[in-house]
Design a protein around this ligand. Structure first.
Ligand SMILES: *Cc1c(COP(=O)(O)O)cnc(C)c1O
Length: 428
């Protein structure tokens, strides 16, 4: 494949945009080479500026669960746009999408819309702090909740107690209120809570982790967090920005039967437009302005185009719940096929999967937390990534990302993908 025009466009972009991109992972730093510039996309395929067609396993990092340029979503946006694109006043469609989301997701009475997953998580934590009147939060190493200050914290040398910032610009004052826990290690979370008794507002978690590859919770882990939170007056925040409306209509709460206190959304809920949301029972949500003292606002929040796209997407999922089993089956088929050809070629691997989230790790050890995810062979991943790309298959340009399966993929696409993995495996 030739990427002449993409490389030229990247050259131009770097002159006026830092690193040439508006979100760092797009720059291919982890895998090397120049990023690909997209011209258009339809269904399961991307078409780049050089005229190459790629089978897409990222799908805008999740939102395009039914494929690119999905007609009901596109039409809804076109029709809305003709009537004005923003008013800064209430519109009926905001109530319609809110009511639909609340009917699909367990344990929520009210929902507020924002413009990104970052905003949703940032606001959820402020609400949890305002509601509990406590300052500290617990997050898990390797979980991503957007780029707001409280979340850009990692463990300092071996100590998983007080966080130190992992981006310049995050103050140590902010970092000290974020405590770090180890995913799937309930005993460690319990210790952290005991050591900070009465000070913790919330535990925020990706209930199925997707930002260190796909890491499902081990049996009893989420249930254990629920019990722990109840015992200590801590709110449990499920960040379902990735899993919401993807793993089931009602997300992980429905799939695994564990209730959270606050749930955040993004990605699928906007159908490909910039939308995030956070939701909880009324008792908690009524603490928000203008009803309560916790301030949160947005000039473009509930934007009519975004709401139209989101409403069309959620309506489709709500009325056709067989979509969830259909993509799950496709993901399982892909998993089994890739695992078969990797094994045939003696490539050590672990494939994690839940529903339509899947990740390939080049290590035989179980991948259950950030430390085990980080053990994968990154050199091998780079080769794998470029091998796939040269065969017209676009996977995430980082070993730490989940693949997002879309229902637009056909079994023929999956067979082509498995064939490509088989060919690459011979030289890995
Ligand atoms: C993508 C993501 C976010 C951030 O959402 P943005 O819309 O990129 O701000 C937060 N949490 C999780 C789990 C995510 O996957």
């Amino acid at each position: 494949m030739i990427y002449k025009r993409s490389s030229a466009l990247f050259e131009e972009a770097q002159k006026v945009i830092p690193g040439g991109v508006n979100s760092p992972v797009r720059a291919f730093k982890a895998v090397g080479g120049d990023p690909i510039f997209v011209k258009e996309a339809k269904g399961a395929y991307l078409y780049d500026e050089d005229g190459n067609r790629l089978i897409d396993y990222i799908n805008s990092w999740g939102p395009m669960i039914l494929g690119h340029a999905f007609p009901p979503v596109v039409n809804a946006v076109i029709e809305k746009a003709k009537k004005g694109t923003s008013f800064g006043m209430p519109t009926e469609i905001e109530t319609q999408i809110a009511a639909l989301a609340i009917s699909m997701v367990p344990n929520i009475d009210k929902i507020r819309f924002v413009n990104s997953g970052t905003e949703a998580c940032m606001s959820a934590v402020r609400l949890a702090r305002g509601f509990t009147k406590k300052d500290k939060i617990i997050k898990f190493v390797g979980c991503y909740h957007g780029h707001s200050d409280s979340f850009l914290i990692q463990a300092g040398s071996g100590a998983v107690t007080f966080g130190s910032p992992n981006s310049p610009g995050v103050t140590t004052g902010t970092a000290k209120d974020t405590l770090l826990a180890v995913y799937n290690d309930l005993a460690q979370v319990k210790q952290l809570v005991e050591a900070n008794k009465g000070e913790i507002a919330c535990i925020i978690i990706e209930p199925v982790a997707g930002n260190m590859g796909c890491i499902p919770p081990v049996a009893g882990f989420l249930e254990g967090l629920r019990t722990l939170c109840d015992a200590h007056g801590i709110l449990l925040v499920f960040d379902e920005v990735m899993t919401g409306f993807r793993l089931a209509k009602g997300g992980v709460q429905e799939l695994l039967g564990v209730a959270a206190d606050i749930i955040t959304f993004g990605k699928v809920i906007g159908g490909g437009l910039p939308v995030g949301a956070f939701a909880a029972r009324s008792e908690i949500m009524d603490h928000l302005a203008p009803l309560g003292p916790v301030y949160q606002a947005g000039t473009l929040s509930g934007n009519p185009l975004a709401m139209a796209a989101g409403l069309a997407m959620l309506t489709e999922l709500n009325e056709n719940p067989e979509i969830f089993s259909s993509i799950q089956k496709k993901t399982k088929y892909l998993h089994e096929g890739m695992s078969r050809v990797l094994t045939e070629n003696n490539v050590k691997h672990t494939i994690n999967r839940l529903g339509s989230m899947i990740s390939v790790h080049f290590s035989e050890d179980p991948v259950i937390d950030f430390e085990s995810a980080a053990k994968g062979n990154n050199e091998r991943f780079k080769k794998f990534f470029h091998g796939m790309l040269s065969r017209g298959i676009y996977i995430a340009p980082s070993a730490f990302e989940t693949w997002f399966i879309t229902d637009a993929l056909t079994y023929k696409d999956l067979d082509i993908t498995i064939e490509a993995v088989s060919a690459i495996a011979k030289n890995l």
